[in-house]
Design a protein around this ligand. Structure first.
Ligand SMILES: Nc1ncnc2c1ncn2[C@@H]1O[C@H](COP(=O)(O)OP(=O)(O)OP(=O)(O)O)[C@@H](O)[C@H]1O
Ligand SMILES: [Mg+2]
Length: 290
């Protein structure tokens, strides 16, 4: 597999009143075409900073060093006009809260048509917008295209965001906690959608999550971050079954709730959930009545 995204010695400092905060400290990551890499780690470990850096979306207070190559071409330091076809074009993005990324005063269809226009599709945008909504599993897509974000459910809004991320046919989709704001049943549906789209389109996926259930279901490889560094990386099964770093074990232990177990273990008997009820006390040996 060819190397699609290659991050080398990425270091990001945020500057503020109190001085600089090193959010990312010498991170190396590789993602092959069509591959799914999950980025996990506790809050503040630098996951979102790594996810935003290839898109050139870090705030002006961030100072970035290192290298981020997309199919061999350096992205860091590219001027804004050169970055535009990459952002939302070759790299699509999906964030946690669709409501904050959608424009409340434009219909879903208008927003999709804008994205298509921005990426050079000059004709047939209305039809293409409806097709994209259908592709992400929105029923009655022509009618939905005429609705505003507040008229859709949270899950549907996230589907609409995903449709926008896909509009330009990206090679890589970066998703930062894409299901965290959704309720559990909708989370499962959106994960299924990611899997379907990825397999159908052959896209690579960089997925930020704190949910090891999501990791087990979707990721080929995992990178574990702590305090701005990648402390462990490897194939998903290897990292989940035999973590090499104590921090990974701690993280697994802390996040593995009983609810996650049936999805997570996929039939591995050693990790089955413990029964929640203790067996009824034996009546043998009790005193008889008669
Ligand atoms: N815009 C910013 N300005 C200043 N500091 C920031 C900014 N964004 C993030 N940081 C700091 O950088 C570090 C890494 O943050 P980041 O958001 O990348 O972590 P994260 O792993 O995505 O966390 P979470 O799981 O909470 O989303 C943290 O110390 C955070 O406080
Ligand atoms: Mg984050």
């Amino acid at each position: 597999m060819s190397r699609l995204l290659s991050i080398r010695n990425l270091t990001v400092d945020y500057f503020g009143d109190g001085g600089a905060v090193r959010a990312v400290d010498g991170v190396d990551l590789d993602l092959a075409a069509g591959e799914t890499l999950a980025l996990v780690g506790e809050s503040g470990s630098g996951k979102s900073t790594v996810a935003l850096a290839p898109l050139g979306l870090l705030p002006p207070t961030a100072r970035i060093a290192g290298s981020i190559r997309l199919a061999g071409a350096e992205l860091l330091g590219l001027p804004e006009p050169a970055l535009r076809p990459v952002r939302g074009g070759r790299i699509g993005m999906v964030f946690q809260e669709p409501i904050t990324s959608l424009n409340p005063v434009l219909t879903i269809g208008e927003q999709l048509r804008e994205v298509l226009a921005a990426h050079g599709l000059s004709r047939g945008r209305a039809a293409r917008a409806v097709e994209l909504l259908a592709e992400v599993g929105i029923a009655d897509p022509a009618a939905r295209a005429g609705q505003y974000p507040h008229e859709l459910s949270g899950g549907m809004r996230q589907r609409a965001m995903i449709a926008m991320a896909l509009a330009a046919g990206p090679e890589l989709l970066i998703a930062d906690e894409p299901t965290t704001a959704l309720d559990v049943t909708v989370q499962a549906q959106i994960l299924d959608l990611f899997r379907t789209l990825r397999d159908r389109r052959g896209m690579a996926l960089l997925l930020v999550t704190h949910d090891f259930g999501v990791v087990a279901e979707l990721a080929d490889r995992v990178a574990v971050m702590r305090e701005g560094r990648v402390v462990e990386t490897g194939p998903t099964r290897q990292v989940l079954d035999g973590p090499q770093h104590g921090y990974t074990s701690e993280l697994l232990a802390a996040t593995l709730s009983v609810d996650d177990v049936p999805r997570w273990v996929r039939g591995e008997p050693t990790l089955q959930a413990k029964p929640t009820e203790s067996p009824l006390p034996s009546r043998e040996g009790g005193r008889g009545r008669g």
